[in-house]
Design a protein around this ligand. Structure first.
Ligand code: HEM
Ligand SMILES: CC(C)=CCC/C(C)=C/CC/C(C)=C/COP(=O)(O)OP(=O)(O)O
Length: 302
């Protein structure tokens, strides 16, 4: 084997490219925001005094299980992803990673992740993680091709990890835990209705039953975005009610301002039903969640 410096650099670049493709299989951008939400959930559960080691174990274990679910979601969709411009360059449809390689990677991540959660933060967190994995991979992913209700199932899978952070702190599932779950559950509808509208032709091409494919007028997608944005605004103040903390009024005001902002953009999308208003709604959703997580994190400190 050639050992010239150029050959060495080429081999190194090749290995880095393969590693980057395996990371891409885990949907890192979605995962980062999801794990931030898991960490904030653990902080809210303990009024800002989390056991940091247990919180690290919960976030790290959830990262492994979530990554596994994303790898298997792409393994299952490696052929249909070829039919969409947005996904055809992904590692599996583009052939940069083999299906067997991805399956071994996904299985390893999932088994290590569930075992890690079991060993560090207990069976309840591991069980919620495994159930979320099954809901996303075994139920939601195939349902994308059969019913527009897939989004509601995906939203449950997307919100359940918050209960993993909560349970890892040993906190009982109370009204505040339910409110956090509802915040992330409802948030996913304006988030995805905007995406589903923007990529409606792609989804139709791949035979995916997203709402703007089932109803090309976008009226139902608009209504779903508005209804969920309204519910999100109302439920977003629940974590701050009946709390003996001075910061509550500020947090309620901030949560309402964020919610109303997103609601107005959902209304605008519903009236215009064009790509521009959909992109503004998508951006708003990607601003809303980190901002709302920030308000939840700041609450006990204010
Ligand atoms: C029903 C549930 C969900 C669906 C169907 C969904 C779908 C998607 C899709 C298809 C994209 C890629 C858009 C593009 O390629 O431009 C995306 C982007 C994103 N999603 Fe979601 N998502 C859901 C839930 C979540 C959750 C729970 C989180 C995290 C808490 C999240 C965070 C993100 C982020 C940060 C991006 C931007 C990443 C990028 O720019 O590629 N999503 N979502
Ligand atoms: C602990 C654990 C298992 C956590 C899993 C959390 C998680 C990743 C939830 C999925 C959210 C979701 C539906 C993403 C879109 O997938 P998609 O298939 O619609 O996106 P795509 O079309 O871009 O592939």
């Amino acid at each position: 084997m050639s050992t010239t410096p150029i050959a060495f650099e080429e081999r190194r670049a090749g290995r880095l490219a393969i590693a980057a493709d395996y990371v891409e299989l885990t949907k890192p951008k979605i995962a980062v925001m999801l794990l931030a939400a898991v960490a904030v959930s653990g902080c809210v559960a303990t009024w800002g005094q989390p056991d940091l080691w247990r919180l690290f174990h919960a976030v790290f274990g959830t990262a492994l299980v979530a990554a596994s679910s994303c790898v298997w979601n792409q393994w299952l969709e490696r052929r249909s992803d070829l039919l969409m411009k947005r996904t055809r360059e992904r590692p599996l449809p583009a052939g940069r990673i083999t299906a067997n390689g991805a399956a071994i990677f996904g299985a390893a991540l999932g088994s290590i992740g569930v075992s890690y959660l079991l060993a560090t933060v207990g069976w309840k967190v591991a069980a919620i993680g495994a159930a979320t994995w099954l809901l996303y991979v075994v139920v939601y992913t195939p349902m994308k091709r059969t019913s527009p209700w897939n989004t509601a199932v995906g939203a449950v899978a997307g919100a359940l990890p918050l209960l993993m952070g909560w349970a890892a702190m040993g906190a009982p599932f109370d009204l505040r835990a339910a409110a956090l779950f509802a915040i992330l559950f409802f948030w996913q509808f304006p988030h995805f209705m905007a995406i589903a509208w923007i990529y409606r032709k792609d989804y139709a091409q791949a035979g995916m039953q997203m709402l703007p494919v089932v109803d090309p007028t976008g009226v139902r997608a608009g209504r779903q975005a508005i209804g969920a944005a309204l519910a999100l605004t109302l439920v977003s103040i629940v974590p701050f009610l009946n709390a003996p903390l001075d910061g509550a009024p500020w947090c309620v005001a901030a949560a309402l301002a964020l919610g109303v902002g997103q609601l107005l953009l959902a209304l605008r999308f519903s009236m215009r039903r064009d790509d521009r208003s959909a992109r503004h709604l998508l951006w708003a959703s990607l601003v809303y969640l980190p901002a709302m997580l920030g308000v939840l994190l700041a609450f006990p400190i204010l």
